[in-house]
Write a protein of this length. Structure first.
Lengths: 122, 850
C-alpha cells in the first residue's frame, strides 16, 4: 500500500527469510506466476523445500510492499495463460537485496569453514 | 475446495481479495491434503494479520505524530473518562462486589431485631439465646458486641477497639488464628479462665511480634486475660478497627432483661437455605417469642441481611451515584472523541480517497481507522489508570468500615476492568466514524475536495452532540441536587457551638472504677486542673458526645402512663458532669443546670431537651414533672435546647441528661462518662500535652484516645457526602467542558463547509444578524433538545437517589433552571468563535476559493 519513494539500502532487509530468497531466485530468471514459483523452488532444491500457498502469498504480499517485486501486466499468449494467474517480476532493488543476502551467506559459510564447521569447497 | 475457501476467511479481507483465487488454483493443482492446507492457513493467517497491524501501527504513529494537538486532547479526554471509571470501580469493587474474606461467605448473615422505626436493632442476650435455639435455618448463630478496653502494662497505656464474642463466633465465620487457638465454647462459660485473641496489628504494635505472647497474661481494663491466639493480618471483625477479641461469659442474670439490646447476631445459613427462607423462619421465631413475652417484645420482629449487604443504604447509594456519574463522563468522552475522529476523518477525506484509489479496500480503511482509535484509547487507558491511582486516596474516604482488609487499590481486578473499559472505548468511539467514513471513501473525495460528505455525517455528528448535552444535563442536575443537599445539611444547626472545643476519651476501666465515689474523684481532679489551664473557659464529661453514638435509647414512662417504645416513646440517655451545657453552649431554656449537689444519695433528677418537653408534656411546664426512665423515677429540673445526637442528616430522639453521680454502682457500665470536652479561647490542639499530663497525674494507667476537635466530629459526619459531592461536581464540570468543545467542533466544521453558501447570502445582501441566526439555529436547536431530554433523565436520576437528597426534592426547580442556564451558556460559549468566523466570511475570497 505504501509506495517507497526512494529505494532503501539493500542491507536494511537482511537477513532475509529463506522463502523470500528462494522466491527472488525463482523470479530472477524471468516473470513467474505463483504456482510456477513453487515448482521452481521445488526443482531447484531437489524437493527439499515445498512452499505452501500461504507462505508463498504472504511473502509475495510483503515483498510487493517492500518493493522487491512488482506485478507485471505482460502476459503470455492467451492459449498458455490462465486468467486467474498473476505474474511477478523482480525489481532492481529485489536483485540488489538477493545479491546482498547471498554475499552475507557466503561470508558466513567462509567463517564457519574457517572454524572447521563446514565441508571443504567442492 | 469449498472447505479451503472457507478456511481462507481467516485471512484479512484485503489479502483474500488479492490472492484467494490464486491460492485456490495452487491448492487445486498441487492437490494439497486438508490437514496440510489447514495447517498452512492457521500458520500464515495470524502472520498476515500481524503484518498489517504492524503497518497500521507505523502509519498511526506517523499520522498521530503529525496531529500532536489532536492526539494530546484525545488522549487526555480518554484518560479522564477511563481514569474516573477505574478509580470509582476500585471503590465499588472493594465495597460492593468483592466477596468477604471468609469461607462460603455467601452463607453468612447478620441478624437483628426490629421495631417500627428501627429496622436494625441489636439483640438482647435472652433473645439471642432463644433465636439460636428455636431457628431451623442456621448451622449456628453467634453474637458479638464491640467496645474498647484499656491495655495497660505494654508501654504507654492504650485504648484499643475490642469485641466481646460468643465462643462459637470464630467457628461460624470459619476463620483460624495465625498462631495459637481461637476462642471456643469452653471459653464463654461463666467461671472459665479469661482469654483473649489479638489482631496481627496489635501483636506487632504492642508485643513486637513476639510469639512468646501466647500464654502470657495481659491487663485489660484492670483485669488479667491470657492471650491464646493471634489472628492473621487480614482478619478484622465486625470491622478492621477491632484489635482484640474476648469471650462473653453470660450468667443467668444477663438473660433477665429482654430490652437490654447490645448484641449483633452473626449466623451461617445451612447449605441450601435461602435468605428469604431464613427471614421467614426468624419472623416465625420472633412471633412465637412475642406471644410468650407480650410486654417486653411488643412489635419486635427479626431482620436478616446477607453479611455482604450489611452496609447502610446511604453508603451504597453514594457509591452507586458515583459510578453512574463516572459512566456519564466516559460516555461523554467517547461521544466527544467519536465526533473529533469523525471531523478528522472527514478532513482526511482526500487522503482516504487517494488510498482507495490506490487499491485499499474498505476493510483496510476501517482497520486503519480502528487501529488509530485503539492506539489512542490504549494510551488514554494507561494514563487513565495512572490518574485513578493518584485519585484513589481521595475516594478511599468514601469507604465505610468493613470486615475487609486494606484499602481499595489498583489491583489485578481493577486493571482488568480498566483494560476492558479501554478496549470497549476504543471500539466504541472508533468503529462508528470509521464505518461511516469508509462507506463514502471513493473517488467522490477527489472530485469534491474539502466539502465532501456533509449531509448524513453532519446529522450523525448532531446526534452525538445531542447525547453529550443530554448527559451533561443529567450530571449537572445530579451534582446540583447533591450540592444543595450538602449545603442544606451543613447549614443544619447541630444545637451546639463547635468552635474552640477539644474532645478526647478517658474510658475508666471496671472493676477498678466500679464505684461512683472513685470515678467522681477522678473527674473532679481532671476537670478542676483542666479548668485552671490558660484559655480554658469550660470543661465537662459526658457518656457520648453528640454524633459519636447513635444508640443509648430508652423507653419513656411519663406520669405513670406506660408508653410503648415501639411507637417512638423513647429518648436518648446521657450522663454528664456539671458544666456540660456551657462547654457545648447548649442553651438552658428553663429551670436549672446540673450541679455537684445532684449526688448519689439525692433525689434522681434529669435535664431534658425542648423536644422531650414538647412531645411528652405538651402545653405544660415540664419542671417538676416525674417520669420513669432507665429503671428509676426521675424529676425534671431543667430544659435545654435540642441537639442532633444522631448527626445532621437524621432526626434524633429527644434527649435526657442525668447527673454523673447518679450512675448507680454496678449498673450502666456502658454509660459511664468517658468523653471529655474542653472549651478554650485558644487553639484546641495546643491543650493536648497539658491535658495528657493532668490525666496521667490522676491515674498513671489511664490512656487517652479519640483526640479530635468538636468541629472535626461534625465534619466527619458529612465527610463521605462532601467528598462525593466534590467528585460529582468535578465530573459535571468536565462534562460541560467536553460538551462545549463538542459544540465548538460541530459548528466550526459546519461553518467552514458552508462558507460559500454564507458568502452567496452576504453577496445577496444578508446582514450579520441573519448569518448569525443561520449558524446559531443549529446549535440552539441541539442544546434545547439536549436540555429537554436531560431534564427528564435527570428527574429520574434524582428519584433514584432520593435517599441522599436531604432537604431537596428531586425536581428542585432552582437546580433545574441553573443547570439549563449553564447548558445554554456552554452552548453560547461553544458557538462564539464559529459564529464570529461566519460573520467575517468575505464573499469575494470565499467564492474565489471555491
Amino acid at each position: 500500500m505504501s509506495t517507497p519513494t526512494k529505494d532503501p539500502l539493500p542491507q536494511t532487509f537482511l537477513p532475509l527469510p529463506a522463502a523470500t530468497l528462494h522466491i527472488l531466485m525463482a523470479v530472477a530468471e524471468g516473470d513467474r506466476h505463483g504456482y510456477a514459483i513453487i515448482q521452481d523452488v521445488e526443482v531447484r532444491t531437489g524437493g527439499e523445500l515445498k512452499l505452501s500457498a500461504g507462505t508463498l502469498y504472504r511473502s509475495i504480499q510483503r515483498m510487493l510492499e517492500q518493493g522487491l517485486l512488482v506485478e507485471t501486466r505482460e502476459r503470455p499468449a492467451p492459449e498458455l495463460d490462465d486468467e486467474r494467474r498473476r505474474y511477478y517480476r523482480i525489481t532492481p532493488l529485489g536483485a540488489a537485496v538477493a545479491k546482498a543476502e547471498a554475499t552475507r551467506l557466503a561470508k558466513l559459510v567462509r567463517w564457519a569453514r574457517g572454524m572447521g564447521f563446514a565441508p571443504a569447497k567442492a | 475446495m469449498r472447505f479451503y475457501r472457507a478456511l481462507l476467511h481467516l485471512y484479512p479481507a484485503s489479502f483474500r481479495a488479492e490472492y484467494s483465487q490464486q491460492m485456490c488454483a495452487v491448492f487445486a493443482e498441487r492437490q494439497t491434503s486438508w490437514l496440510a492446507a489447514s495447517w498452512d492457513v492457521l500458520r500464515n493467517a495470524p502472520a498476515v494479520h500481524w503484518d498489517i497491524l504492524r503497518q497500521d501501527l507505523r502509519y498511526t504513529a506517523r499520522t498521530l505524530g503529525r496531529a500532536r494537538g489532536f492526539t494530546a486532547v484525545a488522549i487526555l479526554v480518554l484518560a479522564l473518562g477511563i481514569g474516573a471509571n477505574t478509580a470509582v470501580f476500585s471503590v465499588t469493587d472493594y465495597v460492593l462486589i468483592r466477596p468477604l474474606p471468609f469461607p462460603s461467605a455467601d452463607r453468612l448473615v447478620k441478624v437483628w431485631e426490629n421495631l417500627p422505626g428501627y429496622r436494625e436493632m441489636e439483640l438482647s442476650p435472652a433473645d439471642y439465646r432463644d433465636w439460636k435455639k428455636l431457628n431451623t435455618v442456621f448451622d449456628d448463630m453467634a453474637a458479638v458486641a464491640t467496645g474498647s478496653v484499656n491495655l495497660v502494662g505494654e508501654g504507654t497505656p492504650e485504648r484499643i477497639e475490642a469485641a466481646s464474642v460468643t465462643g462459637n463466633l470464630f467457628a461460624v465465620l470459619g476463620v483460624k488464628p495465625l498462631l495459637g487457638r481461637p476462642i471456643i465454647s469452653a471459653d464463654d462459660q461463666p467461671g472459665a479462665p479469661l482469654t483473649a485473641v489479638i489482631s496481627y496489628a496489635l501483636w506487632q504494635k504492642a508485643f513486637g511480634g513476639d510469639p512468646g505472647v501466647l500464654g502470657r497474661k495481659v491487663n485489660l481494663d484492670g483485669t488479667s486475660y491470657v492471650v491464646i491466639g493471634i489472628m492473621p493480618a487480614q482478619f478484622g471483625f465486625p470491622d478492621q478497627r477491632v484489635e482484640l477479641w474476648m469471650p462473653f461469659q453470660f450468667t443467668e442474670s444477663a438473660y433477665s432483661d429482654r430490652n437490654n439490646n447490645y448484641l449483633e447476631g452473626v449466623a451461617r445459613l445451612r447449605p441450601g437455605v435461602s435468605l428469604p427462607q431464613a427471614r421467614a423462619n426468624l419472623t416465625l421465631v420472633a412471633g412465637q417469642l412475642r406471644r410468650q413475652f407480650p410486654k417486653e417484645l411488643e412489635n419486635t420482629g427479626a431482620t436478616v441481611n446477607a453479611l455482604h449487604d450489611e452496609l447502610s443504604d446511604q453508603s451504597r447509594l453514594l457509591i452507586l451515584a458515583l459510578s453512574g456519574a463516572a459512566l456519564c463522563v466516559l460516555l461523554i468522552a467517547c461521544t466527544n472523541l467519536a465526533n473529533l475522529l469523525l471531523a478528522r476523518a472527514l478532513s482526511r477525506h482526500k487522503e482516504l480517497a487517494v488510498r482507495t484509489a490506490l487499491g485499499a479496500g474498505r476493510e483496510r480503511l476501517v482497520r486503519q481507522l480502528v487501529t488509530e482509535s485503539m492506539v489512542l484509547s490504549l494510551l488514554g487507558g494507561v494514563l487513565g489508570v495512572f490518574l485513578a491511582y493518584l485519585a484513589l486516596p481521595i475516594l478511599t474516604r468514601l469507604v465505610p468500615s468493613l470486615p475487609v482488609p486494606g484499602v481499595p487499590s489498583i489491583d489485578l481486578r481493577v486493571l482488568c476492568f480498566g483494560g476492558i473499559v479501554t478496549a470497549l472505548t476504543g471500539i466504541g468511539f472508533g468503529t462508528l466514524p470509521a464505518l461511516r467514513v469508509s462507506r463514502d471513501s471513493d473517488f467522490k473525495g477527489l472530485r469534491e475536495g474539502s466539502r465532501a460528505g456533509t449531509g448524513r455525517k453532519s446529522s450523525l455528528r448532531s446526534a452525538l452532540i445531542l447525547i453529550e448535552v443530554t448527559l451533561s444535563m443529567v450530571l449537572l442536575i445530579s451534582a446540583g441536587l447533591l450540592l444543595r443537599a450538602l449545603i442544606s445539611i451543613q447549614s443544619v444547626d447541630p444545637g451546639f457551638r463547635t468552635d474552640g472545643v477539644l474532645t478526647l476519651q478517658t474510658a475508666l476501666p471496671l472493676p477498678k472504677y466500679d464505684l461512683v465515689a472513685k470515678r467522681t474523684a477522678f473527674y473532679r481532679q481532671v476537670l478542676s486542673q483542666v479548668h485552671a489551664l490558660p484559655g480554658v473557659s469550660d470543661a465537662a464529661y459526658i457518656s457520648f458526645l453528640p454524633m459519636t453514638m447513635g444508640g443509648g435509647i430508652w423507653p419513656v414512662d411519663i406520669d405513670g402512663k406506660t408508653l410503648d417504645r415501639a411507637v417512638g416513646h423513647s429518648a436518648s440517655l446521657r450522663f454528664i458532669t456539671p458544666g456540660f451545657f456551657s462547654t457545648l453552649q447548649i442553651p438552658l431554656r428553663a429551670g436549672r443546670n446540673m450541679n455537684e449537689s445532684d449526688a448519689q444519695d439525692r433525689p434522681q433528677v434529669a435535664v431534658v431537651s425542648d423536644s422531650f418537653a414538647r412531645r411528652y408534656l405538651p402545653g405544660e411546664s415540664p419542671l417538676g414533672h416525674h417520669f420513669k426512665f432507665a429503671y428509676y423515677d426521675r424529676t425534671i429540673v431543667g430544659v435545654v435546647g435540642d441537639v442532633r445526637v444522631r448527626g445532621l442528616e437524621r432526626s434524633s430522639e429527644p434527649q435526657v441528661y442525668l447527673p454523673y453521680q447518679q450512675v448507680p454502682d454496678g449498673y450502666f457500665p456502658f454509660y459511664i462518662p468517658k468523653d471529655l470536652a474542653i472549651r478554650t479561647s485558644g487553639n484546641p490542639g495546643q491543650l493536648l500535652p497539658a491535658v495528657w499530663r493532668i490525666v496521667r497525674n490522676a491515674d498513671p494507667e489511664q490512656p487517652i484516645s479519640n483526640v479530635r476537635t468538636l468541629a472535626e466530629i461534625v465534619q466527619t459526619n458529612t465527610a463521605p457526602r462532601s467528598v462525593q459531592v466534590r467528585i460529582i461536581v468535578a465530573f459535571a464540570a468536565l462534562a460541560l467542558l467536553l460538551a462545549g468543545i463538542g459544540i465548538h467542533g460541530l459548528l466550526s466544521f459546519s461553518v467552514s463547509n458552508r462558507s460559500s453558501e454564507i458568502a452567496v447570502r452576504v453577496a445577496l445582501g444578508a446582514q450579520p444578524r441573519d448569518i448569525l441566526r443561520i449558524v446559531l439555529q443549529q446549535s440552539l436547536v441541539l442544546a434545547a433538545a439536549g436540555v429537554l431530554l436531560g431534564l427528564t433523565l435527570a428527574y429520574a436520576a434524582g428519584q433514584a437517589m432520593r435517599a441522599l437528597l436531604v432537604g431537596v426534592t428531586p425536581g428542585d426547580p432552582a437546580t433545574f433552571l441553573i443547570a439549563a442556564a449553564l447548558c445554554l451558556l456552554m452552548t453560547a460559549a461553544g458557538s462564539l468563535a464559529p459564529s464570529l468566523r461566519a460573520i467575517r466570511v468575505d464573499p469575494i475570497t470565499a467564492l474565489r476559493a471555491d
